[in-house]
Design a protein around this ligand. Structure first.
Ligand code: CUA
Length: 328
């Protein structure tokens, strides 16, 4: 399901990659992480092949020629202190080197640089939604190239995980708390985002894109996106806000009551309130109920709606009101 706007400017395409081993490294940490990964991989490969070959050779070379020979119990070898110290100390040094290398990388990944651009990521079954500093939201992650970016992650329902392989970063989205990751993209282009925590039926469809814009492109994108929003007919913008600002969690547009009253056909009605009075539902009532929902509670519904005061501008309020009016 995609309910957001068409891209307002042409977006950069994926850079070509001829690497069949790992995805194209596209962030400042990619090189170091790949280096450690390659080191561990090749060291493991060489050691396991070496051990297999030696084991096979020894089994052949020192095999017993006969049963009698096999049962000789005389002492045939002694321990060698120098050899034992060598084969203990070398792996110890290698292990320490791997630990230091890994720990330094871990600290780099966990310590977000100051003055990073902050973008919120919200995970929900089964989509990603990104909120930009100016309040715009999109289902793609747009970032500028050559800049530190901090992603603050939350989940609306279950565990998810934001995974951007090209940047070699991944972080769980945990319901009820914020988590974060940061990166500094070094390549422009379009890089896939995956959900890396099994979260239900459509987990494998929970995909998105990171769009790394060339210098100036990120700002242009947000500007053009905003322009496009401003130029939208109020009813259309209202529908978009209904879907992106959380209204749809409690209000339906088909007449069925959820946590709050349905929006269908409410405009123009005379509504009974919890305090026994009644009000006509007009533009001013709707506007007040969005900004300050506790002011007039409709009879039979809990006073549970959060206030949207300060979260929506006048144009957006008008758009929502017009959208509700359109639901005859
Ligand atoms: Cu969300 Cu898997």
């Amino acid at each position: 399901m995609s309910y957001l706007l068409q891209d307002p400017i042409p977006l950069p395409k994926s850079p070509p990659s001829n690497d069949t081993w790992l995805p194209l490294p596209a962030s400042t940490v990619s090189g170091d992480i790949d280096g450690l990964f390659d080191f561990l991989f090749w060291m493991s490969a060489v050691l396991s092949i070496g051990i297999m070959v030696a084991m096979t050779w020894f089994a052949y070379r020192y095999r017993a020629g006969s049963r009698a020979q096999n049962e000789v119990s005389e002492k045939t070898s002694d321990h060698n202190t120098a050899l034992e110290i060598t084969w203990s100390v070398i792996p110890l040094l290698v292990s320490i080197a791997i630990f230091v290398w890994g720990f330094k990388g871990y600290v780099t990944l966990r310590a977000t640089p100051k003055d990073a651009l902050e973008i919120h990521a919200t995970a929900q079954k089964w989509k990603w939604l990104f909120t930009y500093p100016n309040g715009l939201q999109d289902d793609k992650l747009h970032v500028p190239v050559d800049r530190d970016v901090r992603i603050i992650i939350q989940s609306m329902d279950v565990l998810h995980s934001l995974f951007i392989p090209a940047f070699r970063v991944k972080m769980d989205a945990v319901p009820g708390r914020y988590t974060e990751l940061w990166f500094h993209a070094t390549e422009t282009g379009d890089f896939p985002i995956f959900c890396a925590e099994y979260c239900g039926t459509a987990h494998s469809d929970m995909l998105s894109h990171t769009i790394v814009h060339p210098p100036g492109g990120y700002e242009e994108f947000l500007r053009e996106y905003e322009k496009k929003l401003l130029a939208m007919p109020p009813v259309e913008l209202g529908k978009l806000l209904y879907e992106t600002k959380g209204c749809s969690a409690c209000h339906t547009t088909d007449g069925t009551a959820k946590i709050g009253p349905s929006w269908k056909g409410v405009f123009g009605k005379q509504e009974a309130l919890a305090d026994g009075s009644s009000v006509p539902i007009d533009e001013n009532y709707l506007r007040e109920s969005i900004i300050d929902p506790q002011a007039k509670i409709v009879n039979g519904f809990p006073p549970s709606m959060p206030a949207y005061k300060g979260q929506l501008n006048d144009q957006e309020l008008t758009a929502l009101v017009e959208y509700i009016k359109s639901l005859k």
